[in-house]
Design a binder for this molecule. Structure first.
Ligand SMILES: Nc1ncnc2c1ncn2[C@@H]1O[C@H](COP(=O)(O)OP(=O)(O)O)[C@@H](O)[C@H]1O
Ligand SMILES: [Mg+2]
Length: 339
């Protein structure tokens, strides 16, 4: 379907101060030319540095993601979005090429709301709920979307007193409650490794989630304007979890779109994805992550309200396999924000 050609004035926000800063810049590097190719004007702003001049923009457009997230100590501490608002006011839409932290957890969304600006993706409430894994899992459970058993370790919780009986004899995943890109996540197979895993997760979030490990297959489903897109399968070769390296280095994981699975499983995953998307009140677009255990049961891990947006990221692949090209997807995301 070809969309109306009316050009939009887009202000694109990239960067952020989160651990996913590099991933955000990689998304922006592909979204900017895609939107320009469709005839839209794009002004580019780094949420930490402000408006980018052409030399800085050039650097952004050729950026790549490293093997590991940027060092915690080297990351910028604060953003300047409140001060940028005035410069954004002339835009038809603010494109959020941001992942993790304030860009994805509703904080920047609320700032833009307060200025009456329209922006891509979900609103501030859905963004906050989806980013909080514990809260979204409670919503999944209440709404009948299966999610692995879990417990939240409060900030002052002592790792030594964690009740192991929540995951009897089985391995567990320890992860920060509000983080992305598998950063700070550990697969714990021996009880004595739990302490270190909690310490690692706490470097990223005071709240730590301990979740039953689901061995088996991994699937993702994009949702766009309330409709499910193609299901993808992630084949992890010799890894057990889809970690940062597998996510951002070519060839480490095999990503198959559409997944080679029976029609019935496709429909089941798509229904659950739309269900999870709605339960966290997401709008516009999201990507929902699943595992399937050896008995064939599906388990929802999370809803990503601002999933990766390079042309080879999972959400754009899900769209592509549904017949929506990357430039068209970027435009659809903008139009969706304009209602
Ligand atoms: N309970 C779990 N069982 C099996 N694998 C998991 C589990 N939780 C996370 N993983 C693995 O870690 C990856 C990242 O976890 P996820 O919960 O999606 O957080 P995020 O992508 O926000 O870092 C998943 O794609 C999956 O490979
Ligand atoms: Mg995930």
């Amino acid at each position: 379907m070809d969309l109306p050609p009316k050009p939009m004035r887009v202000a694109l926000l990239l960067g952020g101060a989160s651990a996913e800063r590099d991933v955000s810049i990689a998304s922006a590097a592909e979204v900017i030319p895609a939107l320009r190719e469709r005839g839209h004007s794009v002004d580019v702003f780094d949420t930490v540095k402000g408006r980018l001049g052409s030399a800085d923009e050039e650097r952004v457009l050729t950026a790549t993601v490293g093997y590991a997230p940027p060092d915690l100590a080297l990351r910028p501490v604060v953003g300047m979005v409140p001060r940028l608002v005035e410069e954004l006011l002339g835009a038809d839409v603010v494109f959020l090429a941001l992942h993790g932290g304030a860009g994805e957890n509703g904080v920047i969304q609320a700032i833009l709301d307060s200025a009456g600006l329209r922006y891509t993706g979900s609103g501030h409430l859905a963004s906050a709920m989806a980013m909080d894994k514990d809260l979204s899992k409670r919503l999944f459970r209440a709404g009948g979307v299966p999610t692995p058993d879990w417990m939240l370790l409060e900030p002052d919780g002592d790792p030594d007193t964690i009740p192991f009986e929540i995951t009897p004899c089985s391995p567990m995943i320890v992860k920060p409650n509000a983080q992305g890109s598998t950063i700070g996540l550990t697969l714990v197979k021996k009880p004595q490794d739990l302490h270190d895993a909690v310490r690692t997760a706490r470097m990223h979030d005071a709240d730590v989630l301990i979740e039953r490990f689901v061995p088996g297959r991994e699937f993702v489903v994009g949702v766009l304007d309330g409709q499910p897109l193609a299901v993808g399968e992630i084949k992890l070769r010799d890894k057990e979890i889809f970690d940062y390296e597998a996510k951002y280095q070519a060839g480490v994981a095999l990503e198959i779109f559409p997944a080679d699975i029976p029609k019935q499983l496709t429909t089941e995953l798509q229904d659950l994805a739309v269900g999870a998307h709605e339960l966290v009140k997401a709008s516009s677009y999201s990507r929902v992550d699943f595992r399937q255990d050896e008995e064939g049961r599906l388990w929802c891990l999370e809803v990503n309200t601002l999933p990766g947006l390079t042309a080879t990221s999972l959400f754009p692949q899900s769209a592509q396999a549904s017949g929506i090209s990357f430039p068209e997807l970027c435009e659809r995301i903008c139009r969706s924000a304009l209602g």
